[in-house]
Design a protein around this ligand. Structure first.
Ligand SMILES: Cc1cc2nc3c(=O)[nH]c(=O)nc-3n(C[C@H](O)[C@H](O)[C@H](O)COP(=O)(O)OP(=O)(O)OC[C@H]3O[C@@H](n4cnc5c(N)ncnc54)[C@H](O)[C@@H]3O)c2cc1C
Length: 462
């Protein structure tokens, strides 16, 4: 590797000490920028021989601390693994290196009427490798599924430096379904360097509407009614008043003053089907006491309706210097009860909260806005997050909808699995990564230093 592929020094260590879960930090020794699978393999072999931990990293937008180098060591960045290797338009597949940004894939094929369907709200920067490692979803997951449904195969480097191929351009590999194991493994089973992905036709017609409600309860009841109706929207997203206030201040968007929550609804398919579907869902919103419904008539109007959703998280930076996005999932019918609990917990801990999330999937994202320099605040945020996750489980949901376990939720997995299942998870990790160097302390605490890391950043070993 060339010298310019190795970054070190105080500034670099500071930049790479965290990802978008900014409350947990630890600096790496250095960052390396390989350009090929073989270079990744050589770095991993060096790390193994030198007993140095390594952490794969894409764009660092992960929200559970997955790309944070918990035990220091080397960050292996995919920043320079950005080549498109081949496109097969006839069979709607592509082979690309995994440092490529999600949206760049779509930009390269949209002229051919295709797109990469997984669309995390971070898609302009988050990488294909990060999306694969986190099995990411997005606003259109409701209809199009998560990343695993759009990946046919991967080439990856295991923790001893071996290069393996799992699946391939035709998908459906014989034998055990290792591809499903690797997708969503949060960089703990190795580093994915290349992937064969599925390209999906852009829908013929897209119809979009927003509906404003006088209370969060009424908006979430409308979501439950929509899910019950059997009409499947492509997207069904919710934003509460705190988010709308932030986008109003940032972008001058207007909402009726009585609005406490807004739904964004999108239907797609043939022109007739998508209009009929949207019409039915708008009627449900009206029956659920929506105070204003707007239906986009042009592509520009559609993009305007999406503004609050697309830019809402960024606009929250106006409220407080630190924002931490939580993630949990519940059956959508439980949304009214769950959201009441979110507001109650935030108030009890004295933290401002805003909600912007994939309501149709029941995938919550309470966002805590605070100043981490205030004594006790980080602890309060962590505790409030834990209470919310416990409520998700009580309501029949899960500890994460799409942001993964990372370091943030390592203590929560045992709340969902019994001892035997936890042991199986640990054994699977050991088969892929028999030592504890590959992204340690994520998903399952797998190294002695994990407890020390936790004591260092939280002051407690829970
Ligand atoms: C504003 C904002 C909006 C978001 N919206 C969504 C959303 O709608 N849906 C959603 O699911 N997520 C969302 N996220 C979370 C995040 O963007 C996704 O998890 C994304 O897939 C992470 O990609 P990344 O390239 O930034 O990965 P990173 O954050 O760099 O890494 C994430 C994890 O993947 C591992 N990893 C990265 N690359 C590789 C690789 N090549 N091989 C093996 N492991 C690897 C890392 O070790 C880490 O554990 C959002 C985040 C932000 C900040």
């Amino acid at each position: 590797m060339r010298d310019d592929q190795v970054l070190s020094g105080a500034a670099v260590r500071k930049v790479y000490e965290t990802d978008a879960y900014t409350v947990d930090r630890n600096p790496p020794l250095a960052v390396v920028l390989p350009e090929t699978t073989e270079e990744v393999s050589a770095i991993v072999q060096w790390c193994r021989e030198s007993r140095v931990p390594f952490t794969p990293r894409g764009a660092g937008t992960g929200l559970s601390g997955g790309a944070m180098p918990a035990l220091g060591g080397i960050v292996i960045s995919t920043k320079k693994l950005t080549k498109l290797l081949s496109t097969d338009l006839e069979n709607r597949t592509m082979l690309a290196q995994t440092g490529i940004a999600n949206l760049r894939i779509t930009r390269m094929v949209e002229g051919d009427g295709l797109h990469f369907a997984p669309d995390p709200s971070s898609q302009s920067v988050s990488t294909l490798g990060g999306n694969i490692a986190m099995n990411s979803g997005g606003p259109h997951t409701l209809k199009y599924g998560v990343t695993v449904q759009h990946v046919l195969g991967v080439r990856m480097v295991l923790s001893h430096g071996e290069i393996v191929q799992i699946g391939g351009r035709c998908g459906e590999p014989p034998g055990y379904d290792l591809l499903s194991l690797v997708v969503g493994s949060e960089g703990t089973l190795g580093i994915v360097t290349e992937a064969w992905i599925v390209l999906t036709p852009i829908p013929e017609a897209i119809q979009t509407a927003t509906a404003c409600f006088p209370s969060v309860r009424e908006a979430s009841q409308a979501v439950a009614e929509i899910v019950k109706s059997g009409v499947l929207p492509a997207a069904l997203e919710m934003m509460d008043r705190a988010v709308l206030d932030a986008v109003q201040a940032a972008f001058g968007l207007e909402f009726p003053s009585a609005t406490q929550a807004m739904l964004l609804i999108e239907c797609d398919g043939s022109p007739g089907q998508s209009s009929d579907d949207l019409h039915q869902l708008v009627e449900i919103c009206k029956k659920s006491r929506a105070i204003e419904v707007k239906v986009a008539r042009t592509a520009d109007e559609r993009m305007k309706l999406w503004t609050a959703r697309k830019k809402g998280v960024g606009a929250l930076g106006r409220i407080a210097p630190t924002v931490v996005t939580h993630d949990g999932v519940i059956p959508p019918s439980k949304l009214p009860e769950m959201l009441e609990e979110v507001y109650r917990v935030a108030e009890e801990h004295g933290i401002a909260v805003a909600n912007i999330f994939h309501a149709g999937d029941g995938n919550l994202h309470p966002i805590f806005c605070f100043d981490e320099r205030e004594p006790g605040k980080v602890d309060a945020v962590v505790k409030a997050g834990e209470e919310i996750i416990r409520k998700c489980i009580e309501l029949g949901g899960s500890v994460t909808g799409e942001h993964g376990i990372g370091v943030e939720k390592v203590d929560f997995l045992p709340l969902m699995y019994d001892e035997a299942s936890m042991a199986l998870q640990g054994e699977i990790r050991t088969i892929f990564a028999s030592d504890d160097l590959c992204n340690p302390c994520k998903v399952i605490p797998n190294a002695k230093g994990c407890i020390e890391h936790k004591v260092r950043w939280r002051g407690v070993a829970t």
